[in-house]
Every structure is written in C-alpha cells, then in structure tokens.
Design a protein around this ligand. Structure first.
Ligand code: NOJ
Length: 791
C-alpha cells in the first residue's frame, strides 16, 4: 500500500496543471509530435451502454441502484479498510442486501492466504503460447478466488507491456508483443470470469516502469508521453482484447499519461475506454492512485481504493458535489451502476461466498479454513509450469538426459527458498536482508535500499510484490531431481553455495541453476549479474557438459558465456509456479518435449533494447515532473530490432523442441466483400470498439510436418507487414501437437483489426489498400513461408 502526503499531492497536481499550460513552449517535451505531453479534455463521462450481452445485468443493476439514495450510491464507490485479507473492499448497502465487493491480488494466484495454489506467472503464460492452457489456468485460478469470497481478481496484467527491458513488473505481464499479450489476456479474462469472478485488467495505461511510478514528495509521478498512433497500435491493443472479452473492471495506473494522472485522465478514461472501446464495467483506481476529487469523478473514475481522501468518508464529498451542482447525480448513479452491473454479470448475486471468507487479516489468529484448492487443478498447474520453459541451446544432444550415472548440481536457485545465512556476494545483494515470509505470500527478498539482481536464498517461482502468489508448496529443481535419481539409480553431487565449486570429473552432466529476480516497486539494475555469470563460467571451465537453467523474471542476457563450448544446453525456465521442479524434470529427461517459445527478444547487449538501462529518472529542470517521451513509437522489442537491423541473440518467438518441423503449403485467401478506408466512429460499437473490426477479412493456412523422432508441439506464427508500419508484426499463432511423421494444417483468421492502422486524422482504424507481405514460420526470424495478401 502506498501512503501520500495529500497536501503535497494537491500542490503537485496544481503545479502539474500549470506546467501543462506552458508545455507547448518547451521544445524537448513536444517536438516529437504535437501530441506528446498533452492530454486533450474529453467530457462528459459516458454512461454504461448496457448493450448486448450486458443487457440483463444492466437492467438488474438499474433496478437496484434506482432504490438507492445518493448517499448510498456514493458510499459504494469508495474503499473501506478490510477486516479480512482482501486487498480492498467497497462500501455496501445493507438495507438492500447489497454486500459490496472484495478485491484481491493478483493475476498469478490469490496471495496472502492459505489453501490456494501458486500458479505460473504472466510471462510463463506468454512463453507457453497456448490459448486453451491460458484459459484453463484462469478458470481454475478463478475458482480459488471465488471460494475465498473474492469478487474481483486484480489481474491479469497487460501493462507494463515491456517497453523498458529492466521493468520491475514485466514478468507479471504476458508478452511485449501486444497481439500475443492480448490474445492470452482475453483467455485469462474469460477463464476467471467463467469461474464467477470479475477481472480487473491492469494497469491502464502506459505504466511501463517502476521508477517514479508514484509521486514522491514534490516530485510527480512519471508522465508517459505517448502519441495517439502508438497508444492505439501498441499499449491499448491488449486492453482492447480484454474489454472485448467482457472484463468487469479495468484498473487505472499510478503514472501520468501525457501529463495527466491515469485515474483522472478524461482522454484515456472517458474518451478511449468508455467511448471508443464501449467499456461496460467500472474503472477502479490502483491503490492510492487517485489525486483529485471532482476531476477524477468527471474524468471517468468509478471506484477508489483502498479508501478515498478526495471523495471522503462514505464518499461524502461526492454527495456534497452533487448537492452544490459541481457534479451530476447521473455520474454517481453511473459509477454505482457499472459496479453493480459487473456484479450481476458474473452471477455474484447467487450463492457467492461471504467476502474474504477464510482470508484472515492475520493468518496466525484463529480463522475458518477454506480449502480453495481443487484436485482437478493439478494437471493444469503442471502443464502450465511445463509449457512456459524455453530451450534455446541444445548441442551434442545434451538433452534429454539419459539415465546418467552422476549428475552434479550447482547454484543457489536449485533449492527451495530458506532463511539460511548464505555467503553474500557484495556486488549483488549486500544491501538486502533475507526474508522468506512463509508460503502465505511468496516474498523471496525484502527490500532495504536497492533491488537485488538475484534471489540468492533459493529458487524463484514468481517475482516479488503484489503479483507474488501463495504457493501451497514449492517443488524446487533439486527436490524433483532427487526423485528421478532414485528411480534411475543416479548418484548426485551438489554444492549450492560456492560459486567456484569443485567438480567430480566423472559427472555425466553439470546442472547449474541461477535466477534473475524482479519486483514491483523498483526496476532491475541490469539484465545479467556478474555473480551468476562467474558461477556458470567456473563450472563450464571444468565440466564439458554444462546445462544452465535460469528462472528469469524478465529478459536475461547470456552473452557472457553462451558460446562456451562446454555449455551444451540453456533453458529459460521463467516463473513456473509451485510445480517448477516437477515440470523441469519432465523436460530434462524427455518425458515431454520442450514446447515454449520466447515472448520477448533476448539481445546480445543491453544497449540493443529501446530504453534498456534507462528507466526515466527525474533530472534537470523538470525534476518535479518527470517526462518520458515514447519517441520510439511502436518500435519496441522485435519491431525495433527489425527496424534497426540489429541481430538479437535469440529472437522473439524462438524456442527449440526435441524434434524438427518442416513448414509447407502456404495458402492465402482474401474473403469477398472487404471494403477499405476507415470506419467512421461511433458506428456500431461493441465491447472493444467498432464491431466490424472483428470481421475476418482473410484466411491463411500452412502445413507443418514433424520430421524428427519424437512427438512434440510446435507453435506456428504468422506475421504481417502492414504498409507503412513495422517490417512485420505478429498477427496469428497456433500451438499444435504433431506426432512423429505426421502433419497438421494450421489455420489463421486475419481480422480487420489485424490489418488496420490507426488513422490519427480519421481518429479511427484504417484498412489501406495495398500489398501485405504474409510470413509463416517458427519464430520472428525463421519464416520459411512467404506470400502476399492484396487488399
Ligand atoms: C498496487 C499494485 O500496483 C496493483 O497491481 C495491486 O493490485 C494493488 N497495489 C493492490 O495490492
């Protein structure tokens, strides 16, 4: 939770407004585009549409809200200090039996409680590229939230999108490609909401770094200055998918967008979310992200967490504002209606458990145990963990392991976290205290001054902060390897704490485990660390079959040692959740083939990324109002590498399996009756925008043959070159199981939105006529099938 000095904030807001007035005079803020740094006013706030699939819930909400007094409506828009373990609770209306809602973190599992599972994190879901698995994970996870009486799950995360490679929260998100992120976020929304729990998709919008994410004294939060085209084509894209999937809530973020705080930005809330995207649900503030009273109400904020200084106790200041004519009662009615519609839409009026049941504020006090883990979740947890592992190097058939006689295991990340006093490499973690706070909330480290690059006291299964989950147990790599060694009669040798360990020369293989840690609240200080790199190099110097596994909460560079001839295999194991070790052993021993692919680019050098190493810091004359101009436009990650012709170490979409695949027979068919030009708003807006954006305008097929010697899954990817845009952009993917010697035909539907660009002049999506190169293949740089779609 964040606490603020409200007087300072009020002042900062006023100064911010003044700065905004003079911003046009300041060349380095505005020169890249007239749009940078300016957020146009969009009023009034559109009432909930209540259309189509929301009509019944909306009608019920209107009926209930019409019986409420102004005071009762205002009261349910603000948070109250919860008496349970909920992250937040709204007010209630006992007179009408409306209980209010409990909101809890997060997108990777319910945290701060017992009897729940620790699920794979967002980046792991991204690395699996599996729509159905993303849905199943969300459905099972959502069931746990419901059993604990949590009405709103605070996730999934689609922002940050990963613009800043060091971003402390990139791992909570799915991918820095908006198409992959949006597709899997939509499945996550559907899964959680099918379980009867609303999603609050976050953080809207431009929340790309932790540095200066919130105001600090006189310094305002960073302003993400994003031009209109980039906003639509990149950062808004996955939110659009989430709205299209029917999310009940969106969380506005801490940062400012074009110099206006996200929770009082009328352009992004009233204009884009509630008008353009036809959003039906309610906007909730991130915790402490509200900075004005009337302005935020007028700009489209509906619910404030965890309480509201500005709207006052019981939302009393909203009542005053209505009574003195500053705010219409209709706006307050809309806030209440949006919240209660979402509650009805998820069926929470029928048999929903008591808010936060079994989630004690303090778990060491007596509380009713609520067993939220469902036995049927086991397979989903294991598959979820399995599929997010990405194999990037495998020489001399190092993997799979074949009943080794002696395996040597090294590295701090091989074992479950503990409080052991381990040697502290001063350059990495000297200023950090260890604190593993039991499984109730998985916190591998507690910050004292600076973020650590690694979590040295044990393996990581999630990152840190509010997205950390509460695993029921942790299967660490060493735990699972011991079980397998027992079955195979393998001898094990281990040393987890020495970073230049002695090596038994009879080892069949040396497995080295390291991690790359990241947490909410701070950005990473680098993309690789010297301590772990030295460990790997030291082992490789004396072991000719060195296999490296990295549990990485974001990008981790490998160029310090990747070409070492003794390093035979490398795995990006990401953040698998509680079944980490169990899943890894399935892969290491070839019970399953690897099937994950990178949801981001691994560069050779940090400087190859847009803004790597430079989360914006306040400096110079603007230190009170940090400005971050997104001048690279849509060219983040592989879009930027392609544009600048920079060769990455491992490209976006890359990953090895234990077999080989061949691509053939590309077909491209344009469907009849496709008209070009732009779609004039506000034509036929459904959830997510203009309905015809979801029309299929072309279909592409390709055949994939498993030409190797084991059954495996392949992730086929389709990229399009939209005229005038990036060299290529992901616009389709399909993960298919293909038995040895068989082939499968994959089909991709290209929607109107997939081929359109945002027209700044038209203020709508434009489908241009012209030639669209179509590429199908195994990664963003391995695209054997090429054709052209003519529109
Ligand atoms: C702040 C975080 O930014 C957000 O993601 C989380 O849901 C809230 N805190 C509540 O814990």
């Amino acid at each position: 939770m964040v606490s603020f000095n409200t007087q300072q904030l009020a002042r900062a807001t006023l100064i911010s407004a003044a700065l905004f007035q003079s911003a046009t005079a300041v060349a380095n803020i505005t020169e890249d585009s007239y749009f940078y740094g300016q957020s146009p006013p969009v009023y009034p706030s559109p009432p909930q549409p209540g259309s189509a699939s929301w009509a019944t819930a909306y009608a019920k909400a209107v009926a209930l809200v019409s019986q409420m007094t102004l005071e009762e409506k205002a009261n349910i828009t603000v948070g109250y200090t919860p008496m349970t373990g909920c992250s937040g609770e709204t007010g209630s209306v006992p007179r009408l039996n409306w209980p209010g809602v409990c909101l809890s973190d997060a997108g990777n599992g319910l945290r701060a409680t017992d009897f729940v599972n620790g699920w794979p994190s967002g980046v792991h879901v991204g690395a699996a590229w599996n729509r159905n698995l993303a849905y199943q994970r969300a459905l099972h996870m959502g069931g746990e939230f419901k059993k604990k009486g949590v009405n709103v799950a605070l996730g999934p995360v689609v922002g940050p999108l990963g613009r800043v490679a060091e971003g402390g929260r990139n791992w909570e998100g799915i991918s820095n490609d908006p198409y992959l992120c949006g597709a899997l976020a939509a499945e996550s929304v559907s899964g959680i909401q099918t379980a009867g729990v609303m999603t609050s998709v976050k953080h809207y919008i431009g929340n790309e770094q932790e540095t200066n994410r919130v105001p600090d004294g006189d310094v305002a939060a960073v302003s993400s200055n994003i031009d209109d085209k980039t906003l639509h084509e990149l950062y808004l894209w996955p939110f659009t998918d989430a709205v299209h999937a029917g999310t009940g809530s969106i969380m506005c973020s801490y940062n400012r967008i074009n110099n206006s705080y996200a929770c009082q930005n009328s352009k992004t809330l009233n204009g884009i979310l509630k008008t353009e995207l036809g959003f039906e649900g309610f906007v909730v503030s991130d915790w402490g992200a509200q900075h004005t009273g009337l302005d935020s109400a007028l700009a489209g904020l509906d619910v404030v967490m965890p309480e509201s200084t500005y709207w006052g106790v019981n939302g009393g200041n909203l009542t005053i504002a209505v009574n003195n004519g500053s705010l219409t009662e209709a706006r307050v009615t809309d806030m209440a209606t949006r919240l209660i519609s979402a509650w009805y839409q998820m069926g929470q009026d029928v048999d929903f458990p008591e808010k936060g049941i079994g989630m004690a504020l303090d778990y060491s006090t007596p509380h009713t145990p609520i067993y939220a883990r469902d036995p049927s979740s086991q397979t989903v947890l294991l598959n979820g963990a399995l599929e997010g592992h990405v194999l990037v190097k495998n020489t001399n058939s190092a993997l799979p392991l074949k009943s080794p006689k002696l395996l040597s295991i090294f590295g701090y990340d091989a074992v479950a976290p503990n409080k052991m006093d381990v040697p502290s490499p001063s350059d990495v973690i000297a200023t950090w205290t260890f604190g593993f706070e039991s499984l109730l909330t998985y916190v591998p480290f507690i910050s004292t001054t600076a973020p650590p690059q690694i979590a040295i006291n044990g393996t990581i299964i999630s990152g840190g902060g509010s997205g950390a989950n509460a695993p029921a147990y942790i299967s660490a790599p060493f735990d699972a390897i011991k079980e397998q060694a027992y079955l195979d009669g393998t001898s094990l040798f281990w040393d987890f704490y020495d970073n230049d360990p002695a090596i038994d020369t009879s080892s069949d293989a040396c497995l080295v485990f390291i991690n790359a840690f990241a947490t909410e609240g701070s950005d990473r200080i680098g993309l690789h660390d010297d301590y772990s790199d030295a460990l790997i190099q030291n082992v490789a110097a004396n072991c000719s079959n060195t296999i490296v596994t990295i549990h990485n909460a974001g990008v981790r560079l490998v160029d310090q040692w990747i070409d070492h001839p003794n390093i035979t295999a490398v795995i990006f194991a990401h953040l698998p959740g509680q079944d980490s070790g169990r899943a890894l052993v399935q892969l290491l021993y070839g019970y399953q083939s690897f099937s994950g692919k990178l949801p981001y680019t691994v560069a050779k050098n940090e400087s190859d990324y847009v803004n790597a190493g430079e989360p914006i810091l306040p400096e110079g004359e603007f230190q009170l109002f940090p400005q971050d101009n997104f001048t690279e436009g849509v060219y983040i990650d592989y879009r930027g590498f392609d544009q600048k012709n920079v060769t990455p170490r491992y490209e976006f979409g890359f990953g090895l399996t234990y077999t080989t695949f061949e691509y053939s027979e590309l077909t491209i068919e344009k469907l009849a009756g496709v008209s070009t030009s732009y779609l004039p708003p506000p034509a036929d807006v459904i959830e997510g925008g203009i309905a015809s954006l979801w029309d299929v305008v072309a279909q592409v097929t390709a055949t994939i043959t498993n030409t190797g010697s084991v059954d495996a899954a392949e992730i086929a990817q389709l990229y399009v070159g939209i005229p005038g845009g990036p060299v290529r952009q992901l616009r389709g993917f399909s993960k298919v199981d293909i038995p040895v010697g068989s082939n499968v035909t994959v089909e991709f539907d290209l929607l109107r939105r997939d081929l359109s660009e945002w027209g700044v002049t038209e203020q709508s999506w434009v489908l241009q006529s012209g030639s669209y190169p179509i590429y199908v293949g195994a990664s963003s740089r391995d695209l054997p099938l090429v054709g052209t779609l003519t529109i």
